[in-house]
Design a protein around this ligand. Structure first.
Ligand SMILES: Cc1cc2nc3c(=O)[nH]c(=O)nc-3n(C[C@H](O)[C@H](O)[C@H](O)COP(=O)(O)OP(=O)(O)OC[C@H]3O[C@@H](n4cnc5c(N)ncnc54)[C@H](O)[C@@H]3O)c2cc1C
Length: 200
């Protein structure tokens, strides 16, 4: 995303270094394809964590993207911003510029939020960015029952957990649009690649 944005300035040349290949494989772009790329060493570093006491001595598989777009090319496409209080705690500890209020304009500029039916809360959500964020349009009785169970346990439904309050239960928002993965660099990478003459 950053490389693509920088390269929008025709006077700027950006060198993007990527160890992996170009992102042409269909399973990168088909949303459910992440099951296939989850352990495909052609687009995934397939790292493993060091064994430790807290994992019973096991090495836990740790996938990481190895292609244009990095892990955003193979991730689960759930769109969750960080928790407001975490950012504010960073700022309180001396990291000026990292509070939620500081970062919110960038979250908004980054995204193109589509939906929900009740309308987009413009205080918290952006409409004009490169990263399209949509609601899950799929429903399942088990998920409905789970959500209803949460509500009965006192956890409120949250129609937009990336807006004012993160707490609550909801279907996940996702970086999927018109049946395809929205990578941080999907549309813009192609333009960027042309401009930067990337050879992967
Ligand atoms: C399977 C999986 C599911 C995930 N699900 C979600 C999700 O649903 N929602 C969510 O928000 N996040 C999810 N994540 C996490 C999210 O995708 C990452 O946190 C994010 O993409 C990290 O971005 P990054 O730019 O820091 O690193 P990366 O996206 O990992 O980018 C690093 C890039 O550097 C390249 N590179 C590394 N070493 C070299 C080298 N020596 N030379 C040249 N290039 C190199 C890599 O190939 C890679 O392209 C998931 C991640 C994975 C792997």
């Amino acid at each position: 995303m950053l490389a693509a944005r920088l390269s929008e300035d025709p006077g700027t040349t950006v060198a993007l270094l990527e160890a992996g290949p170009r992102d042409w494989r269909p399973f990168i772009h088909i949303p459910a394809g992440f099951i296939k790329t989850f352990d495909d060493p052609r687009v995934n570093w397939c790292d493993a964590m060091e064994p430790g006491a807290w994992t019973g001595g096991r090495r836990i598989f740790a996938p990481r993207g190895k292609t244009l777009g990095g892990s955003s090319a193979i991730n689960g496409q759930i769109y969750n911003r960080g928790q407001r209080m975490d950012f504010d705690t960073w700022a309180q500890r001396g990291n000026r510029g990292w509070g939620y209020g500081d970062l919110l304009p960038y979250f908004k500029r980054m995204e193109r939020r589509i939906g929900p039916p009740g309308g987009v809360d413009a205080t918290f959500r952006g409409r004009d960015g490169a990263l399209t964020v949509t609601d899950t349009d799929w429903r399942h009785p088990l998920c409905e029952a789970f959500i209803e169970g949460a509500v009965q346990a006192g956890i409120p439904r949250n129609p937009d957990y990336n807006a004012a309050i993160q707490e609550g239960v909801a279907y996940a928002q996702r970086t999927i649009h018109r049946g395809r993965r929205v990578k941080g660099t999907l549309g813009s990478t192609l333009g960027f690649v042309r401009r930067a003459r990337f050879r992967g």
